[in-house]
Ligand binder design. Structure first.
Ligand code: UDP
Length: 325
């Protein structure tokens, strides 16, 4: 199968590309490198540097023919930034997705995987959060993904486009060769490991008065390689119909537990300082992924936080300055 991967130079996209190439798929990565890294793209994949705002470039790409399916990772992804810059999200994230979908449908390409988000569940009623949970986007970022989920619903109805929307909880960890390298880095695990590497003095714990077991936020950390496997299973199941899944490990860990695990894994002190809450953080987000497990047979290979943090540590130690090293 020939698969076009937008954002295939980014953290999650690059690991999915690695898995696709490994199993013998033909892969073309389309990425503007605004966040991604050329070096993250598996050498077995073709690379086209381009922007999803550029409809002419997209048309040229699809005119060449042969693309069977599209996996769409390219997106602005920061909840906090989306609260400061809503048009970047409600504008670019949505219009770029529409450009891609319109070009696909115009060329008869009707298989699509969307990176969606747990930010659809700002005020969860039940925990773990399964697919019956009411959608309450927590930010323009979450809203932009929800809009694309709705667009996909209609394109399925009208054009027979088959899609899977995968709502990620907290992607974490690394493959042997690919890991997390954002600028600026905002995510807990890479920041904690930067402290372990001596690149930061301490980690700030955002809020210690939440109604959780130790007062800090609970999140569901899922190994990026397990996340990638779920994409491949979803891709292979598309002909049986469109689907939407919540995707996480089903286990929640507090910020303090993550830091403690990182201390054990790295053998470093990792000083932590309590700070104020970060606006927009719900106390607890844990995925209910029973539907994904039952329907696609997905099973995480690396459910243990220790293994997730350990894989990230191996990658960050080998690449202390990320892909620019
Ligand atoms: N967090 C923290 N300090 C940091 C970065 C994150 O305490 O420097 C917390 C954050 O408040 C959240 C959890 O760690 O509860 C995971 O945050 P991250 O940004 O990694 O992912 P998110 O849950 O926002 O997708």
């Amino acid at each position: 199968m020939h698969i076009l991967v937008t954002g295939g130079a980014g953290y999650i996209g690059s690991v999915v590309v690695e898995e696709l190439v490994r199993r013998g798929d033909q892969v073309t990565v389309y990425d503007n490198l605004s966040q991604g890294h050329r070096a993250a793209v598996h050498p077995g994949a073709a690379f086209v540097q381009g922007d999803l705002a550029d409809k002419a470039a997209l048309t040229t790409l699809f005119d060449e023919g042969g693309v069977h399916a599209v996996m769409h990772f390219a997106s602005h992804t920061l909840v906090g930034e989306s609260m400061q810059a809503p048009f970047k999200y409600l504008g670019a994230n949505v219009t770029n997705g529409l450009n891609l979908l319109q070009t696909m449908v115009g060329h008869g390409v009707k298989r699509f995987i969307l990176s969606s988000t747990a930010n659809l569940f700002d005020q969860p009623v039940r925990m773990p959060i399964d697919e019956t949970e009411p959608i309450v986007p927590g930010s323009p970022y979450g809203e932009s993904k929800f809009i694309l989920e709705r667009v996909l619903y209609w394109l399925d109805q009208i054009h027979g486009l088959r899609y899977a929307a995968l709502r990620y909880f907290n992607a974490a960890g690394a493959s042997q060769e690919r890991g997390e390298d954002h600028d600026p880095e905002t995510h807990l695990i890479p920041l904690v490991l930067q402290v372990a590497l001596g690149q930061r003095d301490h980690i700030v714990v955002f809020g210690s008065d939440y109604p959780t077991r130790d007062g800090t936020c609970v999140r569901d950390y899922i190994h990026v390689v397990d996340l990638a496997q779920a994409h491949i299973l979803a891709l292979d199941a598309l002909d049986e119909g469109s689907r939407t899944y919540n995707l996480g490990n089903g286990m929640g860990y507090t910020v303090r537990e993550v830091i403690e695990t990182a201390r054990e894994v790295t053998g470093q002190d990792i000083p932590a300082v309590d700070g104020p809450r970060r606006p927009g953080d719900p106390p607890t987000l844990v995925a209910g992924s029973a539907q994904l497990r039952a329907e696609l047979g997905w099973e995480p290979r690396y459910p243990e936080l220790r293994d997730i943090v350990g894989s990230a540590w191996n990658w960050h130690r080998a690449h202390p300055h990320g892909y620019s090293a």
